[in-house]
Design a protein around this ligand. Structure first.
Ligand code: ZN
Ligand code: ZN
Length: 222
């Protein structure tokens, strides 16, 4: 057991059942929002009713289900800068086209303010997230590691028993497997993974139980 340094609350919604995370630094109460998707209105309600100080909106990647609620969070946290990796910017700026792939309509979201850099320490309210490039599922995908809390916001890189799809534009299986191998599986087994879809899992569980990461495919991909 370890003492929790951050609190992570999930808000799931929409046809993609996307997980948006409200992350709070326990010491100070400072909050950040990660991947506000279809459940952003419920998260915005919590931010408003609890008068939370949202210091930033962090985007692991620019798929529409992870960013469609940015404007709703901005409405309750107008000062919060939007962070994204520069590699994800073109996709972020083409939300209406992304929506068209799925037969949906969507307006552009607010323009990002800051750019993630691989290896940077993102700090909020005394807590730190280690920013790591993890492309393959989508261009400019990052994961956010709390070494203090032994928790990782992995976006759509890896899920409980699965991995991110690679068939959308900019996706690539070998790149994704390299990201998982070098950025996720190098972490200790007890680190909890909070994915963009589905329940939390751990590095150790996926290392031995994820069919994409064990030798089922001849070990060639893992
Ligand atoms: Zn995605
Ligand atoms: Zn997703």
């Amino acid at each position: 057991m370890w003492l929790r340094v951050i609190d992570i609350r999930v808000f799931t919604g929409g046809g993609f059942a996307e997980n948006a995370y409200l992350v709070q630094c326990r010491e100070t109460g400072a909050a950040v929002v990660v991947d506000p998707g279809a459940a952003a209105p419920a998260m915005a309600d919590a931010i408003r009713s609890e008068s939370l100080a949202v210091e930033a909106i962090l985007l692991t990647h620019a798929h529409l289900d992870h960013v469609e609620g940015v404007h709703e969070i901005r409405a309750v946290a107008p000062e919060a800068p939007i962070w994204i990796h520069p590699g994800a910017l073109p996709m972020y700026r083409s939300l209406p086209q992304q929506a068209a792939w799925f037969g949906m309509r969507m307006a552009p979201q607010p323009e990002p303010d800051r750019e993630f850099v691989h290896g940077q320490d993102f700090t909020f309210g005394g807590c730190t997230l280690d920013v790591r490039d993890a492309p393959g599922h989508a261009p400019g995908h990052v994961i956010l590691v709390s070494h203090e809390d032994r928790a990782v916001l992995v976006g759509d890189v890896v899920f409980q028993g699965s991995i991110g799809r690679v068939d959308l534009p900019g996706g690539d299986m070998r790149t994704l497997m390299k990201s998982i191998r070098e950025q996720v599986l190098t972490l200790p087994d007890d680190f909890v993974l909070y994915p963009g879809h589905g329940p939390p899992t751990t590095v150790g569980f996926e290392r031995v139980g994820n069919p994409f990461l064990v030798g089922v495919y001849g070990g060639e991909l893992a």
